[in-house]
Design a protein around this ligand. Sequence first.
Ligand code: NAD
Length: 313
Amino acid sequence: MATCLVTGGAGFLGSHLCDELLRRGNRVVCVDNFETGSMANIHHLRMPEFRFFHADIIEPYFVDEPVDFVYHFASPASPIDYLRLPLQTLKVGSHGTHNTLGLAKQHRARFLLASTSEVYGDPQVHPQPESYWGHVNPIGPRGVYDEAKRYAEALTMAYHRQQGVDTGIIRIFNTYGPRMRPHDGRAIPTFLRQALQHRPLTVFGDGSQTRSFCYVSDLIDGIIRLAESGYHFPINVGNPDEYTLLQLAEAVIEATDSRSELVFEALPADDPQIRQPDIGLANEVLGWFPQVSLQAGLERTLRESGIEKLLGA
Ligand code: NAD
């Protein structure tokens, strides 16, 4: 049985990762400060193989048992959160990643960084391969998140090259599923909440900007495959099916059988116009390919969340 440390384990992705690691027979140590996560995401994990401790990883922290894998997921992730928490976001990417890499070094554990497609910024290359260095505005409002993740990637490679830590970097593209917070500002939970209430869906800009949406179970499978591989360089994991925001809104209206109409609002600063992962590397190195279509994933999100949770009731 391997012991896995999951930082940010009470968040959306972290809690699904804890579930799957436990299901596969691992022991899980989850660290979180509930800044954007919640006890509700992990309260079903009452078993001896699961241990939670409350800590802010920006401060040095320790784990008093052997650890084999470190999944570093703690960070504000939604624009609403990182715009509210700009300094914490920078610190969790720098101090938090430094502390967690130090812990992986001390335990001789394999370390996996949850990075993001946002390291590509508003991309000038489409779809985005890992070899693309990106087009990020460092001083715009989103810079606190994008640059924190770029710094965390640089730190991870330095610990690998200079300190010999066994590291991997996963560049996660937009992922959705049950346990997303209805008011976290991301497109899918917002559209689902509005559609279920038959209220207008708020589309930013003219809705022609594109995104690629990965269902959470596909993402978790890719993450665990990467942890179990010996791969050290960044790797994209996301669903390459690309939709405009208008197409997404229509898909949500159809999935919820809603009478909602669309309203258009101003585009946020530095909102990327296009987003689509090139997943050739994930396919080649990990044998990974997403299985869940947008329509199937929306239906699963509706079924597994329940309407009350999607409404935030
Ligand atoms: P989330 O906000 O649901 O989860 C983040 C978790 O980290 C929360 O439980 C939060 O309380 C915890 N946390 C934040 N700061 C902390 C600190 N200082 N100390 C301890 N815990 C702290 O977000 P998510 O969507 O689950 O994202 C998880 C990770 O995946 C993040 O690193 C994010 O950047 C990355 N990511 C997510 C997506 C996506 O589509 N969901 C896309 C790209 C990257």
